[in-house]
Design a protein around this ligand. Structure first.
Ligand SMILES: Nc1ncnc2c1ncn2[C@@H]1O[C@H](COP(=O)(O)OP(=O)(O)OP(=O)(O)O)[C@@H](O)[C@H]1O
Ligand SMILES: [Mg+2]
Length: 299
C-alpha cells in the first residue's frame, strides 16, 4: 500500500542543515507495521511526511498509488488517512464527544446527523461510550490517547498513523491501547512508532528500525530477535568487577554471590564463565544498533 524510495528530509536550522531522513526505502503492506528507533531517529518526520504535513526534500512516496509529492496526491491521501500526532493538543474543557465532533467538522463531515452517528460510533470503538459526556481534563493518559484515536478514526481511514501512543501509559493502559490498535489493524494499515521494543513484538507483523534517518532493519520481530543469536550471554561477577571488552550490559541483577549481567556483543572470549542464552527482542535491537556502530550504553 505504501511505497517509499530514497526518501530524504533536510531541515534548515539557523543556517545549518539537519538531515532527519537520509534515503529511506520501504514498502509497507496491510496490518500493523512498527517503526522503532531511538530519540531523533526520524520517526516523527517520516510520519509527518506520510500524513502530508511536511514535504520531503527528495525521493518518492506513494500511498495506494497516489504520489505524495504532488498537491493532488496529498489531498487524495488525506481523505484516507487518520493521524494521531506525538503531541495532540486537546481542549480540556470540552467533553470527549464535543472534541471528536469538532475534529470531525474540521475533517469535512458536514451532515450533522451523520456526524453525530459517526462520533458516537468511534467513541464506542475506543471504549469511551460511557465517558463521552465527561470533560477531557478529567481523563487518564490512556483515555486521552483513546480520544486521540477516536478523532483519527472519524473519517474511517484506510491508513492510521500513530506516533508514540504508548509513551507515559501505565502497563494496564498500554496493553489495552495496544489491543485496540491490533483490532483496528484487522481491516486497515496501522503504522505505529515507538521506542518501547516490547510494544512491537506483541503486535506487529513487520517492523522497521530507524536510526539517524536510515533503515537499519526491515523484517519480522522474530527475525530481529534471531539476528542476536550467539551474541547474548549471562555472566555473574563478584565484587567490583564489571564486564568490559566491548560488551553491552542489557540488564543486571544483584544476587547474594555477585551481580548477574545480561550481555550483548560479538564475543566473550575474555569470560569463559559466560553462558549463552536465547535472545529476546530487546537483545536483537541492541545487537542491531551495536552492529551499525551506534553507541548503546545502559550501565
Ligand atoms: N521542525 C524541525 N525543525 C528542525 N529540525 C527538526 C524538526 N523536526 C525534527 N527535527 C530534527 O530531525 C531529527 C529527527 O527528528 P524526529 O522528531 O523525526 O525524530 P523521532 O525519531 O521522532 O524522535 P523522538 O523519539 O524523540 O520523537 C532530529 O535531529 C530533530 O532534531
Ligand atoms: Mg518523534
Amino acid at each position: 500500500m505504501i511505497e517509499i524510495n530514497s526518501l530524504t528530509k533536510t531541515y534548515g536550522v539557523g543556517g545549518k542543515a539537519v538531515h532527519a531522513l537520509n534515503g529511506i526505502d520501504l514498502s509497507i503492506g496491510s496490518g500493523m507495521f512498527g517503526l522503532l528507533g531511538p530519540n531523533g531517529a526520524g520517526k516523527t518526520t517520516f510520519m509527518r511526511i506520510l500524513a502530508g504535513i511536511v514535504n520531503p526534500s527528495g525521493g518518492s512516496i506513494r500511498v495506494d498509488g497516489h504520489d505524495l509529492t504532488t498537491e493532488a496526491g496529498k489531498q487524495a491521501v488525506k481523505s484516507m488517512l487518520g493521524y494521531l500526532p506525538q503531541e495532540l493538543g486537546m481542549y480540556p474543557e470540552l467533553t470527549a464527544e464535543q472534541f471528536v465532533d469538532y475534529m470531525a467538522i474540521l475533517k469535512g463531515l458536514d451532515d450533522p446527523q451523520k456526524r453525530k452517528q459517526r462520533v458516537a460510533q468511534v467513541l464506542d470503538m475506543v471504549g469511551l461510550r460511557d465517558s463521552a459526556q465527561r470533560k477531557i481534563k478529567g481523563f487518564s493518559g490512556g483515555m486521552k490517547r483513546r480520544v486521540g484515536i477516536a478523532q483519527a478514526l472519524v473519517n474511517d481511514p484506510k491508513l492510521l498513523i500513530v506516533d508514540e501512543p504508548t509513551a507515559g501509559l501505565d502497563p494496564e493502559e498500554r496493553i489495552r491501547f495496544r489491543n485496540l490498535l491490533v483490532n483496528l489493524a484487522a481491516d486497515r494499515v496501522v503504522l505505529l512508532s515507538t521506542h518501547i521494543v516490547e510494544d512491537i513484538g506483541q503486535t506487529c507483523r513487520d517492523v522497521a528500525v530507524l536510526s539517524h534517518g536510515q533503515v537499519l532493519f526491515r523484517g519480522s520481530p522474530a527475525e530481529l530477535m534471531k539476528a542476536a543469536s550467539g551474541h547474548v550471554w549471562t555472566l555473574t561477577m563478584s565484587g567490583l568487577e564489571k564486564p568490559n571488552h566491548g560488551l553491552t550490559v542489557v540488564s543486571m541483577l544483584h544476587l547474594a554471590d555477585g551481580t548477574q549481567y545480561r550481555l550483548v556483543g560479538s564475543e566473550v572470549d575474555e569470560y569463559p564463565a559466560a553462558e549463552e542464552v536465547q535472545p529476546g527482542l530487546e537483545d536483537g535491537y541492541v545487537w542491531l544498533m551495536k552492529s551499525a556502530g551506534q553507541a548503546v550504553e545502559f550501565a
